[in-house]
Write a protein that binds this ligand. Sequence first.
Ligand SMILES: *Cc1c(COP(=O)(O)O)cnc(C)c1O
Length: 350
Amino acid sequence: MSRPLIDLQSDVKTRPTPAMRRAMAEAEVGDEAAGEDPTVNRLCERVAALLGKEAALFAPSGTQCNQIALCVLGRPGDELICDRSAHILCFEAGGLAANAGLNATALEGERGRYSVAQLEAALRSPSRHAPRQSVLALEQTSNLGGGAIWPLEQIEAVCAVARGHGMKTHMDGARLLNATVATGVSAADYARPFDSAWIDFSKGLGAPVGAALAGSKAFIDEAWRVKQRLGGTMRQAGIIAAGALFALEHHVARLKHDHDNAKALARGLDRMPGVAIDPTWIETNLVYFALDPEHCALDAERFCAALLERGVRMGVYGPRLVRAVTHIDVHANDIDTALAAVEAVLAEAN
Ligand SMILES: *Cc1c(COP(=O)(O)O)cnc(C)c1O
């Protein structure tokens, strides 16, 4: 394969740019565990301000941010309420049970977004027989929901119901900044109704490692204990925090290009018989589409394998479901190349 791979499998496939690598190489560092890494400290202050919270901590991954928050907000035997598509349920190796000891009630939201009515229907009357429902979680944007954005009013409404029921609230903000760039609603406004919220640097922001979890000072004090317990405490982590800071300074506004590219990809796919997609669903950088059995002989595995041979990688998300994700390493002309490859694969298969 002579052409470089166009990697639409995930926004975690980004590589640090030369400028980001320079910032990392030159970072001032210290012992993160002791609070002595100036670059990590700067990053945490910046994220706390961005999310409108008192404090933040730096973690190796977004998954660890979710796990820490669940451990702090719930007690073993308590119940988490979230959408059934939640990363916490589907992709964290059962950590909610193994690490936090939580049980879960999964709501059947619309593209990852559940309603007040669905939440209310899931609330239990307090009783010594019932698990204590202690944590509500949601994803902004919803990953398996195709990058769907929760409207601010809907977030405020479900969090108000949860709070009225004595629950804590947690936002998985792996792609929160995609939502803020798409809507103009600030990250702090989205995060306000939550006890804890985090953002990821290793997705569309293009840093190699890291995520930061924010909340009240008391929450972060407790979160540090869990971070230590989970082995997430680091040493000269300023090297990676510098990549995250660089991303916050230089890679946020450009997320708009990813959204434009995702829309262009969806519009192109929509013109192809064999692909089932609703381009009006594309709000951010995630594009899911189905292969229509009437017009496409390939299942998702074989489709993606054939596409890879043509230098384009997409992800298999079901027997006939495919995901393509735009990010900093995917340029507008790559979308045209990817569409031509899809067209060729579909033509060859039929
Ligand atoms: C990727 C992702 C995570 C986990 O983040 P990592 O940094 O990969 O551990 C959590 N939630 C959502 C919605 C994600 O897309």
